[in-house]
Design a protein around this ligand. Structure first.
Ligand code: FE2
Length: 382
């Protein structure tokens, strides 16, 4: 346990409750938070939105990438899919899989988490056969042998927990069955489809280790299990099985939506949910600097209620070091409670260590994103 210097202190005009019952209208709350949303925090009340900059120089900035523009780069091998962001603890790729994989894949560098953005098909792996489709997370334990047979072109977000394993988050006072019951996780089956694909043909396994590929050839299909028992297994979770925590009186932090954790990052899922209804409650994500984490959001479906001009298949990247928060139009819509429900589905990656944008990421960057909060007219209207 870390022994933070923490005691409640206050100055000037302020509310007692974070994210609710602000001082007079036209005041903008900013959260300064440590250790993601788990550590000590302070809430400041500002006269201007902290995102209302008018110029920005230097490398650090909010960034957005339109991964739809990478759509043409289908690869037979997932390890050749372009990496968008990376650090020593994770790799964040977008993979287009349009044809049945002719080789097996095996990632010896760490667990892989797939999120299926588009398309669907069949997964064959060490543990059997699993039908996978849009909106599924598929967690592949390190060194699982697997292949996909798409029945429609698949677009997959692929996040490697380098040298590590994914686990479930601590659910604390709401208990293990909240958000999703572990019983909704689906696992592959040794079924007729799996047995039918077992053959005596030559098969190759592409193994990734230390980011280098090796190829092992067998004179038979090594997905030849006739049964298994145990605790290590591929698991599937669809976002539709997530029942999000929410409060009608308090805007919960992103950490309430944590789905998977690795030692140096977390994966959160934002799924459709009611927007706060209490008159005093904040109704859009609060301005904050999450000073210990880089934040990455992939937009899967729906209307992204805190963002203007963001489409499905896009990624926003807000590195630590500055304050971010809702776009002006979204803020205005939230303040006037124009929506009672959000239908957004988004996957968030929050990393404890700085992420590096790759050339593939930079190639589809929207250079104007840093100025997308510059909507003075919207602010003046409030
Ligand atoms: Fe954030």
């Amino acid at each position: 346990m870390r022994n933070w210097i923490r005691f409640p202190a206050a100055q000037g005009t302020h509310s007692k409750q974070a994210h609710a019952d602000f001082p007079p209208e036209g005041v903008y709350e900013r959260e300064i938070g440590r250790s993601g949303f788990f550590g000590p925090a302070t809430h400041l009340h500002h006269k201007h939105p902290p995102t209302s900059w008018i110029a920005w120089e230097g490398e650090l900035r909010p960034r957005a990438f339109d991964l739809n523009q990478l759509g043409g780069t289908a690869t037979a091998n997932p390890f050749q899919a372009p990496i968008i962001l990376k650090n020593a603890h994770c790799q964040y790729r977008l993979w287009r899989c349009c044809e049945p994989m002719l080789s097996l894949a095996r990632n010896a560098d760490g667990d892989d988490l797939l999120f299926i953005h588009d398309g669907g098909g069949e997964l064959f792996c060490d543990y059997g056969h699993l039908v996978v489709g849009k909106g599924d997370y598929v967690l592949l334990p390190r060194s699982t042998m697997w292949r996909l047979v798409p029945d429609s072109p698949m677009t997959i977000l692929m996040i490697e927990a380098t040298n590590e394993a994914y686990q479930l988050p601590e659910k604390g006072i709401v208990g293990a069955q909240a958000i999703f019951d572990p019983a909704v996780l689906q696992t592959p089956q040794i079924n007729a489809a799996f047995i039918a694909q077992q053959d005596e043909e030559k098969w190759q396994v592409i193994i990734k280790r230390h980011n280098k590929l090796s190829v092992v050839t067998y004179p038979f299909n090594p997905l030849d299990a006739i049964g298994w028992h145990g605790e290590v297994c591929v698991v599937k979770l669809n976002w539709r099985d997530i029942r999000p925590l929410m409060s009608h009186r308090y805007h919960l932090p992103p950490s309430a939506h944590t789905t998977f954790v690795a030692p140096r990052f977390v994966i959160c899922t934002f799924v459709p949910r009611p927007i706060e209804s209490d008159p005093g409650a904040l109704k859009v994500p609060f301005y904050h600097n999450n000073d210990d984490y880089d934040e990455v959001l992939f937009y899967h479906e729906g209307d992204f209620f805190s963002r203007d001009n963001i489409e499905r298949g896009m990624v926003t990247f807000h590195p630590a070091g500055f304050t971010h928060g809702p776009h002006p139009k979204a803020l205005k819509a939230g303040m006037t409670h124009q929506k009672a429900f959000t239908d957004e589905v988004a996957v968030m990656l929050d990393t404890r260590d700085a992420l590096e944008v790759t050339d593939a990421g930079s190639s589809v960057e929207d250079p104007g994103y840093v100025y997308s909060w510059c909507n003075r007219d919207e602010e003046n209207n409030e």
